[in-house]
Design a protein around this ligand. Structure first.
Ligand code: NDP
Length: 287
């Protein structure tokens, strides 16, 4: 008789596409480090199959799952309840299965906050956020809830920027300013933190840089990019050359994964193990 179990605890990510999502490598490195007999599966789910897929995770006793594009909002009707962050942001990237009760959370913004807090206290800061999509929403809401004084949203399409501004104004004490993004913008002198929360610079368009006046980036500013691949985007490179402290998208990716795995397992994974696994993936990826 075999003495070891051939049955794993399951978690994973539901999205479309998922083939290039590297979260599996980071999570499975943490499982090995923690001695967990778990697997993390990348599962491609078409939008019209999402309800069946979510019910399937419950039927199979998955500990939980991550949601990625295009399911972060669409998954909400299939869950039993939402935690406050997911309610405030209006999107779910992490679902926890509590004995068959599926609870939606959003750990993207908390992951970002964790990275930023390590280099700059957030209370009272002025932030410029480029973009108003899912990542920008999560970051803006968490920063505003954590005490950021002023959030300036710079976005191409006015509708999503107005929606996010309304969310911030109705749920947090932070001041909000909207800046339309039709040509290169100048970062105000009083800015403490600049965040690229657009997809500009994401592989394979890894030579692109958001249209901002790079001379307006001052050494006292922290410049952050959400792009995880490549970790050193042209924006991060140029801001670093100008003397700014920089945060790459791997930190946010790792930290949201640390928070998610802690929610699923009750354990405390080591971020450096997870970051190393991602760096190994990107070092060996075609650039
Ligand atoms: P969305 O599609 O929801 O939003 C994309 C945003 O980028 C929109 O605001 C869009 O503006 C803007 N944008 C895209 N292209 C341009 C352009 N050429 N010029 C100006 N604005 C542009 O995507 P997400 O918010 O979900 O993801 C954004 C990025 O964040 C992705 O690259 C993703 O990989 C990354 N991400 C990283 C995470 C991490 O842990 N590091 C976690 C989650 C996401 P408009 O509204 O005008 O279209």
């Amino acid at each position: 008789m075999p003495t070891r179990s051939f049955q794993h605890e399951l978690v994973g990510v539901l999205g479309m596409p998922v083939a290039e999502n590297p979260t599996q490598a980071m999570m499975e490195a943490a499982f090995a480090d923690l001695g967990l007999h778990w697997r993390y599966l990348n599962v491609e789910v078409k939008p019209h199959d999402l309800g069946d897929a979510v019910r399937g995770t419950r039927a199979m006793g998955w500990r939980g799952f991550n949601c990625t594009m295009p399911h972060k909002v669409a998954v909400i009707p299939f869950l039993d309840r939402l935690n406050p962050a997911a309610t405030a942001i209006g999107a779910v990237n992490c679902v926890i299965n509590h004995d068959g009760v599926l609870v939606g959370d959003n750990t993207d913004g908390k992951g970002f906050l964790e990275s930023l807090s390590a280099v700059r206290p957030v209370v009272g800061i002025e932030v410029v956020i480029l973009g108003a999509g899912g990542a920008a929403r999560a970051i803006a809401i968490e920063l505003a809830l954590a005490g950021a004084r002023r959030v300036t949203l710079v976005n191409r399409s006015p509708r999503s920027a107005h929606e996010l501004a309304y969310l911030i104004q109705s749920q947090t004490p932070a001041q909000v300013e909207l800046v339309p993004w039709s040509s290169s913008i100048t970062v105000p002198e009083s800015t403490d933190v600049v965040v690229n929360a657009t997809s500009i610079g994401l592989y394979p368009n890894h030579d692109q840089i958001p249209p901002i006046d790079l001379d307006s980036l001052k050494p006292r500013m922290v410049v952050c990019d959400v792009i995880p691949n490549p970790p050193r985007t042209p924006l991060i490179e140029r801001a670093g050359q100008r003397g700014c402290a920089v945060l790459d998208g791997l930190g946010m990716l790792v930290n949201q994964g640390v928070i998610g795995l802690a929610l699923w397992s009750g354990l405390s994974p080591r971020p450096q193990i997870m970051r190393q696994a991602l760096e190994d993936v990107f070092t060996h990826a075609p650039a």
